[in-house]
Ligand binder design. Structure first.
Ligand code: TNX
Length: 490
């Protein structure tokens, strides 16, 4: 059975379920909440099933598809809220899970099992049992829409891609020196003045508040939570271009279309600074349904050290005050981050590991985004036309073979919340290029985040990637890099 990420247990029982007619669909919930969850999510689940030729009908039919809420689903004794069991016989499919998310993951596994005979085109699914649960609750992708903007249609494609590999966080890097990409209703100048260009001298763009809300709902229907980031106190030229009052000299900065980092900063002592942060994070909190707001905090090269620490304290206060859980890049560990703040480890060369461990011991949760393995803007090969290479070249094997729990020596494995890939777009101008950089490596990171390390095996994984890649051609072609590490099938 070829499923990515690899499930905890897969057992083939022989035979197959033919998909030559609709399955009689039923889903039951014993509580009000379960019935609401089914009512809300079944349309998306059915459309995902239909996209591979599984038609759930309601009438009398020889074969059935059943969703059941069941505490006993998943690995024996597990309390993982995302666990599920998928049972396929020649007459029926049953998906069992304690919560709606597990039913969704069962559907996704089923979808990947559909096999289409090239000769007669009749689809089928092998009979068997999948018992599964994720290793980590946080399985994400960070996408930089500030350096090069991509619009709602491409962002929905990104959500679909994440969801397919059971990933559940889309972190949007919405602001940087080159542009402010989300309407902030109380500060309309930000997008009016600072969204009209990008790193290639292109037209830029931004998401309106309504577009953000629509994307958020689309993502939530697919069990993906948006994690929006406004990056401060560095990476703020788009803000200082819109508001000269954020600068000591009162002069708005020029729009920036280059690829340097670390030259811009907010000023903690200016009376305009805290109101600005309150407005933009207040607006962001009001727009965001999910529990997380990311305040950046990376590469504060132009910020005085003592001021930087005051910024961390202020951002923590503002984000928590808005009712959200703060997320920040690993540099913020030097400051007074509270218990429960999520710190995103990325800078494998220069990170202050003492500060990171101390923060984790004090209750911070760690998201592993090590540059050398998960920065999918790194080139595959030295002469690859897209991306950059400061964290090294990342071939497929490099994004697969690493272990989150032992990567940072002395970091308590229990403090790790999960894994997140990142793609920065300075040298990745279009969404097609983004896909080329994501695939196949994103599927490797998804397997690191989901699969028990004892079940990981690069050769086995490559075989599944080859099967999966055949589906990247339809219904709409998805771009990928045909790495020589995989034996692709025709
Ligand atoms: C470092 S990763 C950055 C980004 C760049 C990226 C390019 C991080 C938190 N900051 O500003 O886009 O490198 O790979």
């Amino acid at each position: 059975m070829s499923i990515i990420p690899r499930p905890q247990s897969v057992q083939l029982t022989g035979g197959e379920l033919l998909l030559d007619e609709p399955l009689w669909f039923s889903a039951t919930g014993s509580t009000e909440g379960q019935r609401e969850a089914i009512a809300h999510h079944s349309a998306v689940m059915e459309s995902v099933l239909e996209s591979v030729g599984i038609t759930p009908g309601t009438g009398d039919a020889a074969r059935t598809l059943t969703f059941d809420f069941d505490e006993d689903a998943g690995p024996q004794g597990s309390a993982n809220p995302e666990r599920y069991t998928l049972r396929i016989t020649s007459e029926s499919v049953r998906i069992l899970a304690p919560e709606i998310a597990g039913l969704w993951y069962g559907v996704l596994s089923l979808v990947q099992l559909v096999h289409r005979e090239p000769a007669d085109g009749v689809a089928s699914v092998p009979c068997g049992v999948v018992i599964d649960e994720p290793r980590y609750p946080w399985r994400g992708l960070s996408l930089d829409v500030a350096r090069h903007f991509v619009g709602p249609a491409d962002l929905r494609r990104a959500v679909d891609l994440l969801a397919r590999y059971k990933m559940n966080r889309l972190h949007l890097h919405l602001t940087d020196d080159q542009g402010w990409r989300l309407e902030s209703p109380s500060r309309p100048e930000l997008t009016a003045l600072s969204s009209g260009s990008d790193c290639s001298g292109g037209p830029g763009g931004y998401l309106t508040a309504d577009e953000f809300r629509d994307l958020q709902a689309y993502a939530a229907d697919r069990f993906v939570t948006l994690v929006p980031e406004i990056d401060v106190p560095g990476h703020v030229n788009a803000a200082t271009h819109a508001y000269g009052e954020l600068r000591r000299d009162g002069m708005a900065t020029e729009a920036y279309t280059g690829t340097e980092v670390g030259f811009s900063t907010l000023e903690i002592d200016l009376p305009t600074t805290e109101p600005f942060l309150r407005d933009v994070f207040g607006d962001l909190a009001a727009l965001t349904d999910g529990p997380y707001l990311h305040y950046g905090g990376d590469e504060p090269l132009a910020t005085d050290r003592a001021d930087y620490l005051r910024f961390i304290e202020l951002c923590e206060r503002i984000v928590r005050g808005s009712g959200k859980t703060p997320v920040a890049w690993n540099e913020a560990a030097a400051g007074a981050v509270g218990a429960g703040t999520l710190l995103q480890y990325w800078d494998t060369r220069r990170a202050d590991l003492v500060a990171l461990r101390r923060a984790a011991d004090a209750g911070a949760r760690i998201i592993m985004s090590p540059g050398a393995h998960t920065y999918l803007d790194m080139k595959y090969t030295a002469d690859f036309p897209l991306g950059q290479d400061w964290a090294g070249l990342i071939e497929l094997r490099d994004s697969y073979e690493w272990e989150p729990a032992t990567l940072v020596e002395g970091l308590e494995p229990a403090s790790i919340e999960g894994v997140e890939a990142a793609i920065w777009t300075e040298f990745i101008p279009t969404y097609t290029d983004v896909e080329t950089m994501l695939l196949p490596r994103l599927t490797a990171v998804a397997e690191v985040a989901w699969t028990d390390p004892a079940r990981k095996d690069f050769g086995n994984y490559c075989g599944r990637v080859a099967v999966e890649a055949a589906r990247w051609w339809r219904p709409e072609a998805i771009s990928y890099y045909p790495t020589p590490q995989v034996e692709w099938v025709e």
